[in-house]
Design a protein around this ligand. Structure first.
Ligand code: MG
Length: 186
């Protein structure tokens, strides 16, 4: 695995198997990006599957700290709503915020996984500190201008690497559609 590539790459957070992919892989703590990882960049919502996954993960014993480069008041509100600790204005990929976050939740680098949607900030930041990084496809296409620039860099490194869970997700969407059609027809 190259330094600039995530250890795992998923289509979205709910496609990560909490037991198999996190607990069995030896992780007890998670540093979690916010924008386009758990919060949609366009409508500023936490999708239902995402909030369900989060509560399942916490019941399973995982400890989270949000780590966001975002500096708006909204991310603090979100942290309060989710009842999670947060380090905002993080300037990822630089190490200080990651270290503050680890300390905040009493986490060790070896047993902590960073989950985020950006290669340059989330994945590189984790790797600088020798931590594992799981990358996600962004929740929505809309992104800030400087993020869009970084997306081109990502494409250069990730090429056409397929995210895990993409086919499961497509199948679920299809079955949602067909059950919706069945309801409409019924
Ligand atoms: Mg993000």
């Amino acid at each position: 695995m190259s330094f600039v590539e995530p250890e795992r790459y998923f289509s979205r957070i709910s496609m990560i198997d909490i037991q198999k992919d996190i607990l069995d892989a030896g992780f007890t703590h998670v540093l979690l990006d916010i924008d386009n990882t758990i919060l949609t960049r366009d409508t500023h919502e936490v999708p239902r599957d995402v909030s369900f996954w989060l509560s399942k993960a916490r019941s399973a014993g995982l400890t989270f700290c949000l780590v966001s480069n975002n500096w708006h008041e909204g991310v603090y509100d979100l942290a309060r709503r989710l009842d999670l600790p947060i380090v905002a204005k993080a300037v990822k990929p630089l190490p200080p915020a990651f270290l503050v976050a680890l300390r905040k939740i009493g986490a060790k680098r070896k047993t902590t996984v960073m989950i985020g949607d950006q290669l340059i900030t989330d994945v590189l930041g984790a790797h600088f500190l020798g931590m594992t990084a799981y990358m996600l496809q962004p929740l929505v296409e809309q992104d800030l201008k400087h993020t869009l620039l970084l997306r081109n860099v990502e494409r250069a490194f990730m090429g056409d690497r397929e995210p895990e869970g993409a086919s499961v997700q497509a199948a679920e969407e299809l079955s949602d559609e067909s059950s919706a059609q069945a309801i409409n027809q019924g």
